[in-house]
Design a protein around this ligand. Structure first.
Ligand code: NAI
Length: 653
C-alpha cells in the first residue's frame, strides 16, 4: 500500500501519510508528497490542501533504516521547497509528535494547526546533529530568535499550547483534528496564499553583542557538545546572509556533523538505550500483571521508589519498622509529589489520587496481594535475610521479590527464600523517582517470568532497564569503585583532588569524583570501609585519605568540609589543608610526587573503566559493551556525547 494517499473533499485535498510506526520521512513518503503536490497544482477545482497523518502521530522523525545510505532523491530539503512552491495553500494538521524532519515539513507548509496534546520539536542536537532540512532557517522566521534558539539548541519538544503562544501554530484544534483542519481550510480559501517562510524576514534580528550572549550561554550549556553551537551559527547565517545562503550553510554543517565522532557517539548511546533491555531469551514471555507494589523501607531510596511506582499508576504499600518511620516515609513521598505538583507535572486531583493510592504499615500481611516488592532497607545482610524471610511467608508465591542492594550478594538472599526463582535485584539510582537508570539484576535462580515482569515494571516507571548479573557492585558501582581507587592512587602519586575533578569536568562530567563524594557524604563509605577492614587484602595498596577526612570531622558538603571547603553559598573551594594532608601522605609513604596533566588523569580513569568493563563482559555480568555505556552515561555522569567508556575505546582502536 502506498504511504501517501490523496483524496478530495470539494475544494480541499487531503494528503494522508500512512507510514507506521512514526510516519517517518522515508523515500516513499518523500516521493508520494511530491506526486500529491503535482496533482493538486494541476487540479483547478482544488483551492487548499491538508497534510495529515494516520496512526499515533504526525511525522516524528527520519527513517533510521536509511541512515548511512546514500540519499535518494527527492531529498527532504527539496520536498520542503516543493511544498513551499505549491500554488495552493497547504495546512499541516499535527497530532502526536512533529519532530525533526516532521516539524521541518510542517514549516514548509503555509499554515499549521495542531491537536492540543501534540508536541513539536527539533531534537537533532540529541544525536549530535542540527536540523538538516531548513529548520534553523525557517523557524526564526516564524518565532522569536530566543524561542528558536531554545528549541533547536535544547532539542526539547514544546507543547501545542506553547507552540501556539509563540507563533509556531496558527490554531489549536478543538475536537477531531481532521474536522478542525477542514474548518480552518474553509476560512483561508479566499485569502491569498501566504509567502513561504524563506521569503520572509526573521521575526527579530539580534545585534552583535546579543549574538555573543546567545553563543556564550549556549556554549555553557553545551559542555563540549559541538552541535548546539553549529545550530546557532546556522541560525545566524540564515538571518544575516539570507535564507538561500543559510540553507546551504545548514546542509553543509549537517553533513559534517553526521560524520563526526560526537554524532556517532550520541547515536550509539541512543540505540543502545533502546535495545539494552531486549533479551532474545525473554522474547514472547508475558509478564505477570502488576497492580500493587510493596516497598520495604521508606528511607531515601524506598520513598523515591514508592514515588516512581505511584506515578506509574500502581497502588503502593511501604513497610517500615515503626509508626514514626512509616510517617517519615509517607512525608518524603508527599514532598516528592508536591515537587511534581509545583512544577506543573501533575495537577491537584492527580496529587490527591496518588497520595490516596499510598499506604504504610508495619505488618507484612499488608503485602498479601502485592505483585512486586522492592526491598530498600539498611545495607546489611542480616537485615535483608530477615526481610526476605518475612516476604517469603506473607507474599503470594508468584510475587516478584526484588532487592535494591548496592553491593550485597543477591544470590545469597535468594537462596534463603521460598521460591528463589522470583528473587531478583532492582538497583535504582538516587533520587530514584528522577534518575532514569535501573539495573535489573538476574540471580542464578531467577526465572524468565519474574525477569519479564521486572522489565515491564521498569518500562512502566519510565526507566532505562539494564540487565546485569550478580557481582560486587553490579555494573556501575563496580566500575566506579575501580576508578575511584585509581583516583586515590593518583592523589598519593602527585595529583590533588581539585585537579582530578577539573580534568573530569573538562572531559564533560557534570562534576568530578571528589565533589561527588562530598555531595553524597563521606561517612557512609567510611562506615563500609571500617566494616570491611578485617577482610581487606593486606598486600593491596590502600589509600587512607578519605578515612583521615572523616576522622577530622570532614563529612562532605553538608557540614561545609570534605575534600573541599564550602563557602557561604555552598560553592566548593580547594582547601590548602586538604592539599597539605595529601602531600604529607605521599611523604609518609615515601612516594615522590609527580605532575599529572588532565589528559593523563583521564587516561587513568578511562583505562580503569575499560579494564573493569572488559572483566564484566568476560564474566557475562553485562550482556554487551553497550549495556556498560548505557549505565555509565545514565547513572554516573559520563558525557553522553562521548558515547561511554566502551564506545570510546572501541572507536579509537
Ligand atoms: P536509608 O537509611 O535512607 O533507609 C533505610 C530505611 O529502611 C529506613 O527508613 C529504615 O527505617 C528502614 N528499615 C531498616 N530495617 C528495616 C526493616 N527490617 N523493615 C522495614 N524497614 C526497615 O537507606 P537508603 O539510602 O534508602 O538505602 C536503602 C538500600 O538501598 C540499601 O541497601 C542501599 O545500599 C541501597 N541503595 C542506596 C542508594 C543511595 O544512593 N542511597 C543507591 C542505590 C541503592
Amino acid at each position: 500500500m502506498s504511504t501517501v494517499t490523496l483524496t478530495f473533499e470539494n475544494a480541499i485535498a487531503f494528503i494522508t501519510i500512512n507510514n507506521p510506526p512514526i510516519n517517518a520521512t522515508s523515500h516513499s513518503v518523500r516521493e508520494g508528497l511530491v506526486n500529491a503536490l503535482d496533482q493538486i497544482d494541476a487540479n483547478n477545482d482544488i483551492r487548499a490542501a491538508i497534510l495529515i497523518c494516520e496512526g499515533k502521530t504526525f511525522i516524528a522523525g527520519a527513517d533510521v533504516s536509511e541512515f548511512g545510505q546514500p540519499p535518494k532523491a527527492p531529498i527532504l530539503p527539496d520536498v520542503i521547497k516543493r511544498l513551499e512552491a505549491a500554488t495552493k495553500p497547504v495546512i499541516a494538521a499535527i497530532h502526536g509528535h512533529a519532530l525533526g524532519g516532521g516539524l521541518e515539513v510542517a514549516l514548509g507548509c503555509h499554515y499549521r494547526i495542531a491537536d492540543s496534546a501534540a508536541k513539536l520539536g527539533l531534537p537533532e542536537v540529541n544525536l549530535g546533529l542540527i536540523p538538516g532540512a531548513g529548520g534553523t532557517i525557517r523557524l526564526p522566521r516564524l518565532v522569536s530568535i530566543s524561542e528558536a534558539v531554545s528549541m533547536i539548541t535544547s532539542g526539547k519538544p514544546i507543547s501545542a499550547n506553547k507552540a501556539n503562544a509563540i507563533g509556531l501554530l496558527d490554531a489549536i484544534a478543538h475536537g477531531a483534528l481532521r474536522d478542525a483542519a477542514r474548518d480552518f481550510a474553509q476560512t483561508i480559501l479566499d485569502r491569498e496564499t501566504p509567502i513561504p517562510l524563506v521569503d520572509r524576514d526573521p521575526v527579530n534580528t539580534p545585534n552583535a553583542t546579543e549574538w555573543d550572549d546567545i553563543t556564550a550561554s549556549a556554549k555553557k550549556k553545551a559542555r563540549g557538545q559541538t552541535a548546539p553551537l553549529a545550530a546557532i551559527s546556522a541560525i545566524r547565517t540564515g538571518i544575516e546572509q539570507g535564507a538561500d545562503t543559510g540553507l546551504a550553510f545548514e546542509r553543509e554543517k549537517f553533513i559534517k556533523l553526521r560524520d563526526s565522532e560526537q554524532s556517532k557517539a550520541l547515536r550509539h548511546i541512543f540505540f543502545a538505550e533502546r535495545s539494552v533491555a531486549k533479551l532474545p531469551e525473554l522474547k514472547g514471555i508475558k509478564p505477570n500483571p502488576i497492580r500493587h507494589v510493596g516497598v520495604i523501607g521508606g528511607g531515601i531510596m524506598g520513598a523515591g521508589i514508592a514515588t516512581a511506582s505511584l506515578l506509574a499508576g500502581y497502588a503502593v504499600t511501604i513497610i517500615e519498622r515503626d509508626e514514626d518511620a512509616c510517617a517519615n516515609g509517607r512525608a518524603t513521598v508527599e514532598k516528592h509529589l508536591s515537587g511534581s505538583l509545583k512544577r506543573g507535572l501533575i495537577n491537584q486531583d492527580r496529587f490527591d489520587a496518588l497520595m490516596a493510592a499510598l499506604s504504610t504499615s508495619i505488618d507484612y500481611a499488608a503485602l498479601a496481594d502485592a505483585d512486586l516488592v522492592v526491598e530498600a532497607v539498611f545495607e546489611d545482610m542480616a537485615v535483608k535475610h530477615d526481610v526476605f524471610g518475612k516476604l517469603s511467608k506473607h507474599c503470594k508465591p508468584n510475587a516478584v521479590l526484588a532487592s535494591n542492594t548496592s553491593y550485597l550478594d543477591i544470590n545469597e538472599i535468594a537462596a534463603n527464600c521460598v521460591n528463589p526463582n522470583r528473587v531478583i535485584g532492582l538497583h535504582f539510582f538516587s533520587p530514584a523517582h528522577i534518575m532514569k537508570l535501573l539495573e535489573v539484576v538476574r540471580t542464578e535462580t531467577a526465572d524468565a517470568k519474574s525477569l519479564v515482569t521486572a522489565f515491564e515494571f521498569a518500562r512502566a516507571l519510565g526507566k532505562i532497564a539494564v540487565p546485569c548479573g550478580v557481582c560486587d557492585g553490579f555494573i556501575g558501582n563496580r566500575i566506579m569503585s575501580a576508578y575511584r581507587k585509581h583516583c586515590e592512587y593518583m592523589l598519593e602519586d602527585g595529583a590533588l583532588p581539585h585537579q582530578i575533578d577539573a580534568a573530569m569536568v573538562e572531559f564533560g562530567f557534570p562534576m568530578g569524583l571528589f565533589a561527588m563524594q562530598d555531595m553524597a557524604g563521606l561517612e557512609i563509605s567510611w562506615a563500609t570501609r571500617k566494616r570491611l577492614a578485617p577482610f581487606r587484602n593486606p598486600s593491596e595498596r590502600y589509600v587512607a585519605l578519605g578515612d583521615y577526612l572523616c576522622e577530622m570531622g570532614r563529612f562532605g558538603k553538608k557540614n561545609g568540609l570534605g575534600w573541599y571547603r564550602y563557602d557561604e553559598n555552598g560553592k566548593a573551594q580547594p582547601d590548602p589543608e586538604v592539599d597539605a594532608l595529601v602531600i604529607a601522605e605521599s611523604e609518609k609513604k615515601g612516594i615522590t610526587r609527580r605532575d599529572f596533566t588532565h589528559a593523563e588523569i583521564m587516561n587513568v580513569i578511562l583505562g580503569a573503566m575499560r579494564d573493569v568493563g572488559d572483566k564484566i563482559l568476560s564474566e557475562g555480568i553485562a550482556t554487551n559493551a553497550e549495556a556498560i555505556d548505557v549505565v555509565m552515561v545514565n547513572g554516573y555522569g559520563f558525557p553522553r556525547h562521548k558515547g561511554g567508556p566502551m564506545f570510546m575505546t572501541s572507536s579509537s582502536n
